[in-house]
Design a protein around this ligand. Sequence first.
Ligand code: NDP
Ligand code: MG
Length: 439
Amino acid sequence: MATSANRPRRNDHARPFYPWPTELQILSFERRDLGLAHRSGAHGVNRPKKVAVLGSTGSIGRSALEVLESQSDRFELTCMSCHQQIELFEKQCLEHQPALAIVTDEFNPSTRQWLAASDSTSMRRAAGSEALIQSISGPEVDIVIAAIVGVAGLESSLAAVQNGKRLALANKESLVVAGQLLLSSAKESRAEIIPVDSEHCAIFQALQCDRPGANPGQSVQRIILTASGGPLRDWPLEDLEKATIQDALAHPTWSMGRKITVDSATMMNKALEVIEAHWLFGLEAERIQVVIHPQSIIHSMVEFTDGSVIAQLSPPDMRLPIQYALTYPKRTPGPAKRMDWNLSQTLSWYPVDPERYPALELGFEVAQRGGTCGAVLNAANEAAVELFLSGHIRLTDIAKICRSVLQHHNFAPTPNLNELLAQDRWARDEVMRWNRSLC
Ligand code: NDP
Ligand code: MG
């Protein structure tokens, strides 16, 4: 049944009837229809876009710096942030020379030393999340690459959309926790949210086959998110509870940060991506499907009502979706790996076994229920993953804990930001209590 969020809308003056618009597409298509593919503003169309990379020391952040380096005629890195890896950050700053560098962990003694240090460049130094919010809200930033991990990235994602920036969103947790708030803020400020997550980037690209005017009668039947199945995909079910931290971190196809790698092993990552897709593309959970695709070449697919399926393929390399989120709607040459068509390659997919991946079901439930569920699931998962990575619980406990915390939370259908953050704190406390009860 269509909800108000995904019900087809009609804007007869702007474009032909388009049966499956999303907030994201409406914003993007309006720009394109008006010839405003890039926001020109008072500064003119051709000046390089000013980019902030939040979480530059992480896996996505480092890839983003490589992409920017390769596109230096189109983009200017004006702001970078890290949290605790100050040594690496200092090296990155020397190499990339942003106008402003921010260490968000302001209470760390090393941050104070770093702030007091001087170098021969004109780079300004700042500390704390408030400095980060201020900088991305101002005129020195056009595009924010949100590559902070976890709910810690929410405030900056919100600031980016509230101030009408293009948000190149890797931090899926922002949408999982506060999808409704992010979308309504983006609509109000006419900000663009362009997905960096490879599956959502693939869907975003595939959907452009159905753009207004080209296929006015066509619409989407479902989207199919692909999942690698993670490092434990072929383990006997009874051995899963013995998986060590090293086992869970040995991802077969992607090299990523520790939290998302554990999420891939449990398939909580795909659960979060179901919720992310629900918000980004305005789709009910029933029209989202997940299949295991071990090669990670097909990044996701859209099935249209006539039975056509459009997929996006490329080797697993996050530099491609990062670059696309920057250059959209244009495409430019870049550093991402290419398909080698001289090699034999077999692509396969098969359905997900719910017994092996109980976390996935939680994503569908949360996408259906909405409200405070995303904040609670995300916080419970972040806390449980930390417990697993510090050797306190088994990998198989993560989904059990998340289900229990989700079931016991005090559901609210239309929470504001403070209520979401309160639920986040409550869920983390619950996980800690669960852990203490085991000791
Ligand atoms: P990493 O763990 O590699 O990097 C996380 C980054 O966030 C680091 O720069 C880290 O700083 C910073 N950070 C950590 N905690 C805080 C905090 N409390 N406040 C501010 N900054 C903080 O993660 P990934 O790069 O793998 O993932 C980043 C995001 O992108 C996640 O949301 C993930 O789900 C998403 N994503 C990642 C993909 C990937 O291929 N890696 C693919 C698709 C989505 P420092 O290291 O200096 O402490
Ligand atoms: Mg993904």
